[in-house]
Design a binder for this molecule. Structure first.
Ligand code: UD1
Length: 434
């Protein structure tokens, strides 16, 4: 089986602009399966470069970002085979060069994740800077500083990060800011370094733990992932492995919020409740009854309207910034007034302007949004601006009067597998139109 470039063609410069048409009003009911986590799959695919034989990764979600990462590996000459059941086999032995070009990096910032593995395993890497992103501003400065501290010779010129190192050295790193992909890049680089690397103020996200488990299954010596102090003892080589990616906690949370907004009752299967406790707590505050098992979550809103809930985003185990837009949508139709504070990213309220066009009463002051819930939103054509913003517009469409047309949904296809099919399964009236 080959990857289908179903919705858009990363790197081709041509994007087919699909829209989602959603008729609001249906109460969501039923069961849906969580896909594999995008944010675990991307670093794990990059981490496969570290192995000296073939790596097989299971539970890989069919997403445009995953396709971009696979295209990036293939562009370097790495053999990638996509088997049935979304198992992806990566053979890094066939690599021919160590360059991540602008046309792929610009479509996905997470392409930076190949920097650490390439440098550590092959001694060189050339990765384009993401578009519109000056190093030092929103950036990858901590990735670069960490690798430099490990002995890499790095220059930034012509829009590229060019890195070389004979063998990286283990060092003691204290990250200025909690960065997820920064922690992952440095952790991967350290697996083949000479000596012990300690990463302090490390990101504690479940996807960091999943990556560490994957690396350890290849023979790496990573301890402490999931805490803010990760210790990596460098080894001389890593072997192939067969590893299943964890379930997607953000996709799971998005379906649960959708059910809460529609007064519905759903069960998300093959997920991991322990990875989204902060989100489940907020859903309970909103009035939902939430029940969990080992790998499932059931939410029952008993046909009632959610109550407003205040949100303040923070690195894990705090409330995830990737769920902020969805809770903004829920608060738009909730009973009461809510305050949402975005602490992780600047300028992550792009969805607010579109929600306002649907009638939502939201005021933004700096990095805080104050939302006065209203009874119903009104369907209008809206424009997706980024991945999670587009999810919030779909959720708003599920409770709006009339048919909402969400444009530019290639953003949503970067991170949600078969979104319209999954919502249809739950009883929503939603279809993809060109
Ligand atoms: C990852 C997730 C993304 C999520 C985010 C925060 C992946 C592929 N993406 O993104 O979905 O929204 O974590 O949970 O896992 N920063 C710097 N310098 C750096 C690196 C980061 O200043 O070198 C800043 C960023 O501008 C941001 C903050 O640190 O303000 C956190 O960003 P970071 O955790 O790095 O986000 P990503 O890893 O890019």
């Amino acid at each position: 089986m080959h990857f289908r470039f179903r919705h858009s063609r990363p790197g081709s410069g041509r994007i087919r602009v699909d829209k989602l048409a959603i008729t609001g009003g249906a109460r969501l009911e039923g069961e849906v399966r969580a896909s594999g986590a995008k944010n675990a799959t991307l670093p794990i695919l990059a981490g496969a470069l570290l192995a000296d034989s073939s790596v097989t990764i299971g539970n890989v979600p069919h997403l445009n970002d995953v396709t971009t990462m696979i295209a990036l590996l293939a562009r370097m000459g790495v053999e990638v085979t996509v088997h049935d059941g979304m198992r992806v086999e990566v053979n890094p032995g066939s690599i021919q060069h160590y360059r991540a070009p602008y046309e792929l990096v610009k479509t996905m910032r997470a392409s930076i994740l190949v920097l650490g593995p390439l440098l550590s395993r092959f001694g060189e890497a050339e990765v384009s800077l993401p578009g519109g992103c000056a190093i030092g501003a929103r950036p990858v400065d901590l990735h670069v500083a960490g690798l430099r501290a490990m002995g890499a010779d790095i220059t930034i010129e012509d829009g590229f990060i060019r890195a070389r190192a004979d063998r990286l050295n283990g060092v003691h790193l204290v990250l200025d800011i909690v960065t997820v992909t920064g922690t992952e890049n440095l952790m991967m680089a350290a697996t083949l370094a000479d000596g012990v690397t300690v990463i302090e103020n490390a990101a504690r996200e479940p996807e960091v733990v999943d990556l560490a488990d994957f690396l350890n299954s290849m023979g790496a010596m990573v301890r402490g992932a999931g805490t803010n102090r990760i210790e990596i003892e460098g080894v001389s080589s890593l072997s192939g492995t067969d590893y299943d990616v964890m379930p997607d906690r953000i996709e799971t949370g998005t379906f649960l919020v959708a059910a809460a907004m529609t007064g519905g009752r759903i069960r998300v299967k093959r997920t991991r409740p322990s990875a989204i406790e902060a989100v489940l707590a907020k859903l309970r505050d909103a009035g939902a009854s939430v029940d969990t098992g080992d790998d499932w979550i059931e939410l029952d809103m008993s046909c009632s309207r959610p109550r407003s809930v205040d949100i303040s985003t923070a690195p894990y185990p705090g409330f995830p910034t990737d769920m902020q837009a969805q809770f903004t949508a829920m608060n738009s139709i909730a009973d009461g007034v809510a305050t949402i504070t975005e602490n992780v990213f600047e300028n992550r309220f792009m969805h607010v302007h579109e929600l306002q066009r649907m009638g939502a009463k939201i005021k933004i002051a700096g990095h805080t949004a104050v939302i006065q819930g209203i009874d119903r939103l009104t369907a209008v054509p809206v424009m997706a601006t980024d991945l999670r913003a587009s999810a919030s517009l779909v959720l708003a469409g599920l409770v709006a009067d009339g048919e909402t047309l969400v444009d530019r949904i290639y953003h949503i296809d970067r991170g949600y597998e078969c979104i319209e099919e999954k919502f249809q399964l739950l009883g929503a009236t939603i279809k993809r139109v060109v």
